[in-house]
Design a protein around this ligand. Sequence first.
Ligand SMILES: Nc1ncnc2c1ncn2[C@@H]1O[C@H](COP(=O)(O)OP(=O)(O)O)[C@@H](O)[C@H]1O
Ligand SMILES: [Mg+2]
Length: 225
Amino acid sequence: MNRCFFVTGTDTDVGKTVVSCALLQAAANQGYQTAAYKPVASGSKQLTVGLRNSDAQLLRKNSSVKLNYHDVNPIVFAQATSPHIASQLTGELIDWQIMHGGLNKLKQSADWIIVEGVGGWYTPLCAEHTLADWVIQQQLPVILTVGIKLGCINHALLTAQAIEQSGLSLAGWVANEIVLPGQYQQDYLLTLKQRLSAPCLGVIPHLPNWQSHSIGKFVNLDNLL
Ligand SMILES: Nc1ncnc2c1ncn2[C@@H]1O[C@H](COP(=O)(O)OP(=O)(O)O)[C@@H](O)[C@H]1O
Ligand SMILES: [Mg+2]
């Protein structure tokens, strides 16, 4: 059976990619064939082979199934801005058929798929729709990345409420120490554990060189199985 999760965050730059890589590593350690998916990415470098987004490259590297770049990231924009703005700039519409088709293709070769979002839960894709609408269409369980810093409790509770109100399951959340732990770190963690109904899957420590560490050990998949 395929396990497929959507990773969102309390904001952009809170560690969705780091958490996605940790979940991929942990699943591969348990013997799953893993694949990552970033259906839409904005903020990319123009290389001779085409536009390349660094999240998608990291996700590809952390997938155990061998994937082409466009298998991981079918829709890629150069500008580092919200996808609906990047899409307006190029005139290229964000096509849900492409987003859906790419995910279906991964389901043929992988049994553990991590889909990384863009920005936060309500990131717009166009004038009418947000990425959350696509996740609802796909009926994916959601994992929330909380970047632990001042303000994260409010952002986490709002995001969890929006996910639950959409009818989707909030399968768990991961605390990511995006900044060096401060005086109230343990209080933030305790408050989140008390107030979020979903289980905490782990705490990823602040690791400036996280790419050279095995980070799968910081997340526990038991609650996802
Ligand atoms: N636990 C961590 N320790 C150190 N740096 C981190 C950690 N988590 C994220 N970062 C850094 O913070 C930035 C944002 O993280 P990223 O995973 O790209 O966020 P998002 O995917 O939510 O935009 C990146 O430069 C990343 O290397
Ligand atoms: Mg990211």
